[in-house]
Design a protein around this ligand. Structure first.
Ligand code: SF4
Length: 391
């Protein structure tokens, strides 16, 4: 059965690629990754081969939302526990970075450019949305190069781009700094808070509290970075890692691949998301990242500093570092005591374990970032009604 399903999903992978090449009329093949019959067949096959409980983590918040939206956790046999990982960029951006962004936005000479989902992320006392309401010049961008365009058009203002995210957004953000340098812009800076997936998985596995026995690695990150970086983790911790996509059939197939490895005592890196991910990844994207950024220790919101888990601008690009240009290094802040997002992001607790969930913390009045972000686990549980509805 697995070989048939594997063949079918590989066929769909090729078909989807072809469909994208052919244009809109062939897009129907994307729907096949949401096909209920295939999803149920995969769930049955998982049930047939599982003999004991396993705890699996999907790293990416986009995968968490698919699991909640399609009820995949309820479709799987009860021996599978899915826990949710730290792969939501907005959720792991440190409180200090939000506070710095707000402080910058409130300066009369600064225009702060940000992705839209950062606006409602709570800082210590406020958020960018409220700062904007107070008169701060906060502008939304869909592409980081828009920030360069704003800088070019407004030479009398200081433009700061809030550059956050995983390896997925790092190449485009690197390209932005490269373009600013190329144009010789002197009124452009970046407040950088970039995080990397493999060091985060290493930190989770090295923790004495770790319960995770297999990982679904994030397909978008691996599209950029490939999956060679995961091989040392597999060898060192004897844990299987499967690169997974974002549709229900992708996730169920990744779970099946993990369960089959675990039941046989294997620990390998496998790639379920073959329609997008190659072993070496996107090398031009990696090159621009390396040209502009270097690896550095990085603080993760609620979790703390993880060694060598982030990116900072190289010395050649220091003139674009907002921390240096605006003397922001001394801002520090603590998380609200009530928010257990650190445990949620490490797979130790579920959003519904939080006493504030859906009571004092809602998308309209969030206490923590996972309730705001489109990739946050708390938002996923809230939107897909994994909580008692008050009568
Ligand atoms: S429900 Fe709100 S307060 Fe609780 S962990 Fe999630 S974001 Fe934090």
């Amino acid at each position: 059965m697995i070989s048939a399903i594997r063949f079918f999903t590989q066929f769909l992978s090729s078909a989807a690629t072809i469909s994208l090449q052919l244009g809109k009329s062939a897009m129907k093949y994307i729907d096949e990754y949401r096909d209920e019959r295939i999803a149920k067949a995969l769930a049955r096959e998982i049930a047939e081969c599982i003999t004991r409980p396993w705890v699996l983590m999907e790293i990416c918040g986009g995968q968490t939302h698919t699991i909640m939206r399609y009820g995949l956790d309820e479709l799987l046999p009860s021996q599978i526990e899915l826990v949710h990982g730290p792969g939501c960029p907005v959720c792991v951006t440190p409180l200090e970075t939000i506070d710095k962004a707000i402080a910058l936005a409130l300066r009369p000479d600064v225009t702060l450019v940000s992705y839209g989902d950062m606006l409602r992320v709570p800082g210590s006392n406020s958020d960018l949305f409220r700062a904007k309401a107070q008169g701060a010049d906060v502008r939304l961008a869909y592409s980081p190069l828009e920030a360069v365009k704003i800088a070019r058009a407004n030479p009398d203002r200081k433009i700061v781009f809030l550059a956050i995210g995983f390896e997925t957004t790092a190449p485009a953000n690197a390209m932005t700094a490269w373009q600013a340098k190329r144009e010789g812009l002197t009124n452009f800076s970046m407040l950088v808070s970039h995080v990397l997936v493999p060091p985060a998985i290493r930190a989770l596995l090295a923790s004495r509290e770790n319960r995770v026995q297999g990982f679904i690695a994030p397909g978008h990150v691996c599209t950029v970075m490939g999956y060679q970086e995961y091989e040392s983790l597999v060898r060192e911790f004897a844990v299987p890692i499967v690169v997974g996509g974002f549709e229900p059939v992708d996730i169920l197939e990744a779970v099946l691949m993990l369960v089959k490895q675990l039941e046989c005592g294997k620990a390998q890196v496998e790639n379920q998301y073959v329609r997008s991910v190659t072993y070496p990844g996107n090398q031009p994207a990696q090159e621009i990242m390396k040209k502009v950024f270097e690896i550095a220790d990085q603080k993760w919101r609620g979790i703390g500093v993880i060694p060598r888990s982030g990116l900072r601008l190289r010395a050649e690009y220091a003139t674009y570092d907002a921390n240096k240009n605006f003397d922001l290094e001394l801002i520090s802040a603590d998380e609200p005591a009530e928010c257990i997002s650190a445990q949620v992001l490490q797979g130790l607790r579920k959003p519904t374990d939080c006493p504030a969930f859906a009571i004092r913390c809602t998308p309209e009045n969030p206490l923590g970032a996972p309730m705001v972000s489109a990739e946050g686990a708390c938002a996923a549980y809230y939107h897909y009604r994994r909580h008692a509805v008050a009568s």
